[in-house]
Design a protein around this ligand. Structure first.
Ligand code: SF4
Length: 299
């Protein structure tokens, strides 16, 4: 930890970490948050470099939002299977089949998909953004079918769904929720909208990871069952030492998020590891437009 702190200072680098990262990595970060919070933070960084402890699409997003700073991803193999579940050709096909629809893409997507979209969203602002899109226009939502169906339910908008999903959130089952309720009868169940609909119906609240942090901080309850990637339990316990948290499923772990270690963070800061992530040219310009639309509509 001390070595990492010294390297950060030497390099004048800022470390951003997603709440699904390992606890020890979160503890070394200057900012820990969800995709939306990290996007806003990345944009404001004026240090000389950004080291992004997360997965590739997040580092790409930071590079698009703040192209004047090098963005280093400590674990170049850390991708997101959901982001890879739609290709630019497939999205072009959807657009051709639904002319006049607006394309809303979850930030968990490649830069090429963002570049073909009208607006990006995160799980914390998807409902708000959909509700602010011009009435009478249908929405093509990619790539996550479950967040897309959540937006559809919450806003009543006409939404064309794609068939992407998160394999980690898919591991959370209705039986997991029922078992957690039996084991912790006084706890509120907080669930991420990437979890399938039949499971969401069993939750007390459906919230983004940032939304969970805010909800817990302001709630009078002191016990929660958390139904998302388990890295967030570290964040919640640290922020709320008097409250108790239980994972709904022990295997709700994202193998890509868990690639990141203190060693790879140290190597990225020392310049002996990691990969500089850059997005250039027309793709960067068009993706920036969709991300800026998100920041404008979703704030
Ligand atoms: S938790 Fe799911 S959506 Fe998030 S990075 Fe992992 S696979 Fe992708």
């Amino acid at each position: 930890m001390q070595e990492i702190a010294a390297l950060k200072k030497d390099r004048n680098a800022v470390v951003l970490a997603h709440t699904y990262q390992r606890g020890e990595v979160q503890d070394c970060a200057d900012f820990v948050g969800d995709s939306y919070g990290l996007s806003v933070a990345a944009r404001k960084v004026d240090a000389r470099a950004i080291v992004f402890c997360g997965v590739r699409f997040m580092a790409e997003t930071a590079a698009i939002l703040n192209p004047s700073r090098p963005v280093i991803l400590p674990e170049p193999q850390a991708g997101c299977p959901m982001a890879d579940m739609i290709t630019p050709g497939e999205l072009q096909g959807l657009k051709a089949r639904h002319p006049g629809h607006l394309v809303m893409c979850y930030v968990n997507s490649t830069a090429e998909i963002k570049a073909l979209s009208d607006v990006c969203c995160t799980s914390s602002n998807a409902e708000l953004i959909a509700s602010r899109l011009p009435e009478g226009r249908g929405i093509i939502f990619v790539p996550d079918q479950h967040l897309g169906s959540w937006v559809q339910e919450r806003t009543g908008r006409e939404v064309v769904l794609w068939n992407g999903l998160c394999p980690t959130h898919l591991r959370i089952t209705p039986e997991d929720v029922r078992a957690a309720r039996r084991a912790h009868p006084g706890a509120d169940v907080l669930m991420h909208p990437e979890v399938p609909r039949e499971c969401r119906a069993l939750a007390d609240a459906v919230l983004s990871t940032g939304g969970m942090c805010d909800h817990v901080a302001s709630s009078s309850k002191d016990e929660f069952v958390i139904a998302t990637e388990n890295g967030i339990l570290h964040t919640l316990r640290k922020q709320n030492p008097g409250k108790r948290f239980h994972a709904v499923a022990d295997d709700a772990l994202c193998p890509n998020m868990k690639r990141g270690t203190l060693r790879s963070l140290r190597d990225a800061l020392a310049g002996t590891g990691g990969e500089r992530i850059e997005v250039k040219g027309e793709v960067a310009g068009k993706a920036l437009r969709a991300l800026e639309a998100m920041l404008r509509l979703g704030a």
